[in-house]
Ligand binder design. Structure first.
Ligand code: PLP
Length: 407
């Protein structure tokens, strides 16, 4: 994707989080983004739209998701109480459905009949295909051939749901390349097509729109925590790929100065460039997919290859609001290695009977480090962004390779 100048004048700071964000796109995308930037706030101010979105969250996604106190896990770690926000219990198995339902409703409101999406692991693709099936929209999903190979089950699910999966053969043949192709499609199809972007990334207004569609997570968690504990948590922990599940749980409590927030990126095999997917921990500001944010790049400013055990975190960029929260110090960002995530996945499975997604296991790992350093009357809330069923083939292969796999 060509790096274009921000289309708006310097005086217009809408769509910025501090110095991050913006709308760095070719001219052909500006009309579509402008339409979205008008339609999204209008929809959110329209009672009928909000009521319909709430109904979808309830009847299709299965919300509200439970908040669950981990009795045994807390006991084992011997410190702060651990609660989970159970996004793994949503229809299709993760938080992604919240966003795709919202954007599908917006597609109908704009009078369009086709949606496109990018996907890495296939989770966002499945969530988009599901929302498209619910509302009878045509759906095409761009997916790198490397991911198509690794995530055959999700390719099958998308096709079963009536979507078409379009193989992408450029670059590393993964998520970044799929995003490029989806944006390219949208440049020539914006009249009839809405691009359902999967995280709080991309040009304005996507970071705000996706955050708002995901903020049901934090609003419910706030209410549930007050009910269960009579107060808000001391720490909220969430994994960060593009940053949508984290933004969704953080934002409704972001003004609460006593609530600490931690975002966990993919530390991969090592912190050498190419071995991880942790732009906030070790990247630098740059433009990727239409907005200015932290990006993993080499000395020439080329976007670097990335690695993570979890396909959903395997992305060289991150949402611009997270870059802002990093620089203002509101959120602490850290990373967890592939091995630590695997250990956390096994530990939670055995302590609570809950197999988390490999992505979510990154947040669990950070909580395992924090809990023993905290007192027994303190509270950690983990956003359990998804379930691990999709990862079981991968998990089995890794445990097989590992010497001394847990007994
Ligand atoms: C896609 C995905 C993520 C990463 O995306 P964010 O936008 O950072 O939330 C995390 N967890 C699960 C289960 C996912 O499917």
């Amino acid at each position: 994707m060509a790096k274009k100048k921000d289309s708006r004048t310097a005086g217009e700071r809408e769509g910025y989080f501090g110095r991050f964000g913006g709308q760095f796109v070719p001219e052909t995308l500006v009309a579509g983004l402008d339409q979205l930037a008008r339609e999204f706030p209008a929809a959110m101010a329209d009672k009928a739209f909000v009521t319909e979105f709430d109904r979808c969250l309830r009847e299709i996604a299965g919300r509200p998701s439970e908040m669950y106190f981990c009795r045994r896990f807390t006991e084992q770690l011997g410190g702060a109480k651990i609660h989970l926000k159970r996004e793994d219990m949503n229809h299709t198995g993760a938080h992604k459905i919240n966003n795709t339902l919202g954007q599908a409703l917006l597609t109908l409101r704009m009078g369009k009949n086709r949606v496109i999406a990018e996907t890495g692991a296939g989770q966002h693709g499945v969530a988009a295909a599901t929302a498209a099936a619910v509302f009878g929209l045509d759906c095409e999903v761009y997916m790198g051939t490397e991911d198509i190979r690794r995530q055959a089950l999700n390719v099958f699910r998308m096709e079963l749901l009536g979507a078409r999966v379009i193989p992408v053969t450029s670059g590393q043949c993964t998520l970044k390349d799929a995003c490029n192709e989806a944006l390219r499609d949208w440049m020539s199809s914006v009249e009839t097509t809405h691009y359902i972007l999967g995280s709080v990334t991309g040009p304005h207004p996507y970071p705000i729109m996706v955050r708002e569609f995901q903020s049901c997570i934090g609003r419910e968690a706030r209410r549930q925590m007050l009910q269960a504990e009579g107060r808000l948590p001391d720490v909220i922990v969430a994994c960060v790929g593009g940053g949508s599940n984290a933004a969704g749980i953080f934002v409704p409590m972001i003004e609460e100065k006593d609530v600490k927030m931690v975002g966990v990126e993919a530390g991969g095999r090592s912190m050498n460039l190419g071995d991880h997917a942790a732009p906030l921990c070790s990247g630098a500001p740059g433009v990727l997919h239409g907005s200015l944010s932290y990006v993993l790049q080499d000395q020439d400013g080329q976007t670097a290859p990335v690695h993570s055990i979890s396909a959903g975190l395997d992305y060289p960029g991150v949402g611009p609001e997270h870059s802002y929260w990093k620089e203002t110090g509101r959120v602490r960002y850290t990373s967890c290695s592939d091995d630590e995530a695997m250990d956390a996945l096994v530990a939670l499975s055995r302590a609570e009977g809950i197999i988390p997604a490999l992505e979510s296991a990154h947040a669990v790992s950070e909580a395992m480090k924090l809990a023993p350093t905290m007192s027994r009357d303190q509270i950690i809330l983990i956003n359990l962004s998804g379930r691990g069923d999709k990862d079981c083939n991968e998990i089995a292969a890794i445990l097989e390779r590992r010497k001394g796999a847990p007994k």
